[in-house]
Each structure stands twice: as C-alpha cells, then as structure tokens.
Design a protein around this ligand. Sequence first.
Ligand code: SF4
Ligand code: SF4
Length: 58
Amino acid sequence: MTIKINRDLCCYCGGCSAVCPKNALELKDTWLYFEENLCVKCGNCVKVCPVNALEVKT
Ligand code: SF4
Ligand code: SF4
C-alpha cells in the first residue's frame, strides 16, 4: 500500500504535509516529496487534499 500523488491535480498547497504525523510528505520549493518508508498509511493526507490529488494505492 502506498500513496499516489496525481501531480496534474496537485496545486502544492501544503495541506497534506501539514497533517502528516510522520513528515512523510514535504513541500519544498514547487515539488511535493513523498517518503514511503516514513508513511504509516493513516490516510490524513488523502482526507485533507482539496483537489483529491492523493490516493491510497494498494
Ligand atoms: S497516509 Fe498518513 S503518514 Fe502517510 S503520507 Fe499520508 S498523512 Fe503521512
Ligand atoms: S493537499 Fe493535495 S493539493 Fe495540497 S499539496 Fe497535498 S496533494 Fe497537493
């Protein structure tokens, strides 16, 4: 299971990184970085994304 970022939809608002308890998502400059090893699959990021750019992939 992983988190998939749809970069065509993402507007780089930073909402997902703000709610990630493990800092697995990090907004740096104009790119959203995802560190899969840190992710605990809590789903917080998916819920807050205003444009549904995040998807849990099994
Ligand atoms: S599922 Fe949870 S731990 Fe994983 S990136 Fe999203 S907010 Fe962070
Ligand atoms: S919350 Fe959604 S739109 Fe905002 S940075 Fe994260 S993936 Fe992109």
